[in-house]
Design a protein around this ligand. Structure first.
Ligand code: HEM
Length: 593
C-alpha cells in the first residue's frame, strides 16, 4: 500500500504549502468537540492526519496502531488525511458494527473511483443500502451465487480445472517450476468468465487486452486518491495523472462490457457454453430479466454491466487468493498436505470425476481452507462501511459519515480469541469446534457479516475445493529443488485481493494422469508391501498391462528386525497385469486417452 513520500511527488509540494491556510481552517473544524466522547486516536498531523503512521500494509499498520493507541474493546479513531475513520479490531467491536448497529453502518463510502467503476452506484457492492441494493443483490445471489446455480456450474468447473492439468504435467516433464500464483488466477478467471459471460478471455488479441485491463483495474483499486482522503489536495490527483487513468480504465472497461453484451445479443460468441456443461451464463439471465421486465426493477444496460462487473471483480482475485495461500501453506507444512491428500484419495478411492458430494466429505480439506483463510484473508479489511447516522457505539460517539474499517486480519489473529494464533493448525476447526464460515461468533470473518456480507462464499469455495482436491488427487507437490519450506516468502501484497508478493513456484509430479495408474492399483501394492512411498516411471508390459517401480516403506505390522534394517524396499519391475481384469481394462483405457 501507499507510503506518504510515494504519494507526494516533489512538484506538488508547493501546492501543499499553498493549502496551508485551508489546513488551519480544517484542523480547527475537525478538532474533537469536547461534548462528544470519541474513541482514542494516535496523535495526528494537520492535513495528513495519521497517514504518515500507516507504513507497510494498511491492515498491519492498523493492527500495530490499535495495539498502541486503541481502546481495549477494539475501537480506534484514525484520520486518513482529513477523514475520520473508525478502526475495528476485536470480535466484540465487530459484533457491534455488523450485528447490533448493522443498518446504521450499511452504506459504503461513495468515492469518485467507486462511483466511476460502478456506473454511478448501480452495482450491488458499493450502492447505498436501500431498495436498489436489495434488488440487485438478490439478482446476483439467486442467479449466480445460490447453491443451485453454483451446482449448475459443476461440470464446467471440472472441465476448466482439468484443462490446466496438462500444463502442470508439461512443467514437470520439462523440469520447469510451475508458477502457481499465476495459474490460480487463470483458473478462477476462466471459471468466472464462463459463469458470467459464457466464454473465456484467454487467447489472441482480446485475451491480451483483457489481461492488461484487469491489471489496470487492480492497480487502480490499490491506488491512493487525494480526493478521497484530503479533498483540499484533489488537484494532486490530476497532476499525478491518476484521475485520467481512472477515466481511461472506466472507458475501456465499458467498451469491453458493451462488446460482451453485443456479442451475446448477436450470438456471435466464439466460445459458446459446451452443451454438456448445461448452465446459463449470468449475462444471459440478465438479458432475459431485462427483456421480460417483470421483477419490478429496471435492469437497464448500465445496471446489467455493473452487475457483470461486480460478478467478475468480486469473484476472481479473491477466489485465486485462497487457492494460492492454501497451496503455499501445504508446501510449508508437508505433513498437513499429506493428511489432506490422504483424505482426498480415501474419499475418491479411484473415482475419475470429483463431485460436490465428494467434496462435502473432505472435512480436513475444508479445515485447511478455513485455517489458511484465517491467516491470509483475501480482504484483510472488510470493504469499508460508512456511518449513515450518528451512533453511540460501546460508549463512544461516532459521527455520521465516519468511515469504518473492520480489520479482520487483527480479529483472526487475536490471541484473546485464538490459541497460538500465528500457527497453522487446521485441527482447530475439527472435532468440538463449532466455528466455520457460517457458524461463527464474529471471530472468523473473511466474508464479513450482516446485511452487507459477501454473498459469494458458496461460489468461491466450490472452485477452491474442487481445484485443491484435484491438485492433491493427481499430483505430488514439492518446492523446487534446493528451496526449503522456511525459504518460502509469506509476505502478502494487495491488488484486488491479498496475494503472495513473491509468486509461489512449485513442482507438481503427476501421479496418475500422466502415467495412467488407478489409485486402487496402488492400493493393492500398499496392502502388500506397506505404505507406498514413491511411484517410479511406468511403461507398458508385454501383456498389455503396465509395469511400474514403486518404492515402499514397510507398514508397522509387517516390520521385523530384518525389515527395519532395510526400511525401504524396491519392487522392480512389477507387472500390474495380475490384477483383476476389470481394473487392468480401465488402466488400458487410461493409456489410450
Ligand atoms: C474467497 C472469496 C471471497 C472473499 C474472501 C470475499 C470477501 C468479501 C468481503 C470481506 C466483503 C465485504 C463484506 C462486508 O462488508 O461485511 C465482500 C462483499 C461482497 N462480495 Fe465477496 N468475497 C469473495 C468472493 C466473492 C464472490 C465469488 C462474489 C461473486 C460475485 C462476491 C461478491 C461480493 C459482493 C457483491 C459483495 C458486496 C455485498 C454488499 O455490499 O451487499 N464475493 N466480499
Amino acid at each position: 500500500m501507499w507510503s506518504l513520500m510515494e504519494l507526494v511527488p516533489l512538484y506538488s509540494l508547493p501546492l501543499i504549502l499553498g493549502a496551508a491556510f485551508l489546513l488551519i481552517k480544517w484542523y480547527n473544524s475537525t478538532s474533537p468537540n469536547t461534548s462528544k466522547k470519541l474513541p482514542p486516536s494516535p496523535p495526528r498531523l494537520p492535513l495528513i492526519g495519521n497517514l504518515h503512521q500507516l507504513k507497510g500494509t494498511v491492515h498491519e499498520a492498523f493492527l500495530s496502531a490499535a495495539k498502541r493507541y486503541g481502546d481495549p474493546n477494539g475501537l480506534m479513531l484514525v484520520y486518513i488525511g482529513t477523514i475520520p475513520s473508525l478502526v475495528v479490531s476485536t470480535t466484540e467491536a465487530a459484533r457491534e458494527i455488523l450485528k447490533t448497529h448493522d443498518i446504521a453502518f450499511a452504506d459504503r463510502p461513495a468515492t469518485r473511483m467507486f462511483k466511476a467503476i460502478s456506473y454511478n452506484l448501480k452495482d450491488s457492492t458499493i450502492t447505498p443500502y436501500g431498495e436498489h441494493w436489495r434488488q440487485v443483490k438478490s439478482i446476483l445471489t439467486l442467479h449466480l451465487l445460490s447453491n443451485k446455480t453454483v451446482h449448475s456450474f459443476e461440470a464446467m468447473r471440472r472441465r476448466i480445472i482439468a484443462g490446466y492439468l496438462s500444463e502442470i504435467n508439461q512443467c514437470f516433464l520439462s523440469n520447469k517450476p510451475l508458477d502457481l500464483t499465476s495459474m490460480a488466477f487463470s483458473i478462477t478467471n476462466d471459471i468466472t468468465c464462463m459463469a458470467a459471460f459464457g466464454r473465456t478471455y484467454n487467447d489472441g488479441e482480446i485475451g491480451r487486452k483483457f489481461k492488461k485491463l484487469m491489471k489496470e483495474i487492480s492497480e487502480m483499486l490499490a491506488t491512493f486518491y487525494f480526493e478521497d482522503s484530503i479533498p483540499q489536495l484533489a488537484v494532486v490527483d490530476i497532476l499525478r495523472g491518476v484521475r485520467s487513468k481512472v477515466d481511461w480504465v472506466v472507458r475501456t472497461l465499458d467498451e469491453f462490457l458493451t462488446g460482451a453484451v453485443e456479442e451475446r445479443l448477436s450470438k456471435t460468441n466464439p466460445d459458446p457454453v459446451a452443451p454438456e456443461d448445461g448452465f446459463k451464463p449470468f449475462i444471459e439471465v440478465l438479458l432475459k430479466i431485462q427483456k421480460e421486465d417483470n421483477l419490478g426493477i429496471t435492469v437497464d444496460t448500465e445496471v446489467l454491466k455493473a452487475l457483470l462487473l461486480d460478478a467478475y471483480i468480486a469473484a476472481t482475485d479473491t477466489t485465486a487468493s485462497v487457492l494460492q495461500w492454501v497451496m503455499t501453506e501445504f508446501l510449508v507444512n508437508p505433513d498437513i498436505m499429506k493428511k489432506a491428500q490422504d483424505e482426498v484419495r480415501r474419499v475418491l478411492n479411484g473415482k475419475e470425476d470429483i463431485t460436490s458430494e465428494d467434496l462435502d466429505k473432505m472435512t480436513y480439506l475444508k479445515a485447511v481452507i478455513m485455517e489458511s483463510t484465517r491467516l491470509h484473508p483475501p480482504l484483510p479489511i472488510l470493504l469499508p462501511r460508512i456511518a449513515r447516522q450518528d451512533v453511540n457505539l460501546m460508549g463512544y460517539d461516532i459521527a455520521k459519515d465516519t468511515r469504518v474499517y473492520v480489520n479482520v486480519y487483527s480479529i483472526m489473529r487475536d490471541p484473546n480469541v485464538w490459541d497460538q494464533p500465528e500457527k497453522f493448525l487446521p485441527e482447530r476447526f475439527l472435532g468440538e469446534s463449532s466455528i466455520d464460515f457460517i457458524k461463527h461468533n464474529f471471530e472468523l470473518l473473511p466474508f464479513g457479516a450482516g446485511r452487507r456480507a459477501c454473498p459469494g462464499r458458496i461460489y468461491s469455495m466450490a472452485i477452491d475445493e474442487m481445484t485443491l482436491a484435484t491438485f492433491l488427487y493427481k499430483f505430488e507437490w514439492s518446492l523446487p529443488q534446493g528451496v526449503k519450506p522456511e525459504d518460502v516468502d509469506m509476505e502478502g501484497t494487495f491488488g484486488l485481493a491479498n496475494h503472495k508478493k513473491v509468486p509461489l513456484l512449485v513442482v507438481g509430479k503427476p501421479v496418475d494422469e500422466l502415467i495412467g495408474i488407478d489409485h486402487r492399483l496402488v492400493g493393492d501394492f500398499v496392502r502388500e508391501f506397506g505404505v507406498a512411498h514413491d511411484l517410479g516411471s511406468v511403461s507398458s508390459a508385454p501383456d498389455g498391462g503396465f509395469m511400474c517401480q514403486i518404492t515402499t516403506t514397510p507398514s508397522p505390522v509387517a516390520r521385523s528386525s530384518e525389515d527395519s534394517a532395510a526400511s525401504v524396499r524396491s519392487v522392480e519391475p512389477s507387472s500390474l497385469s495380475d490384477l483383476p481384469a476389470e481394473r487392468v481394462k480401465k488402466n488400458q483405457n487410461h493409456k489410450q486417452k
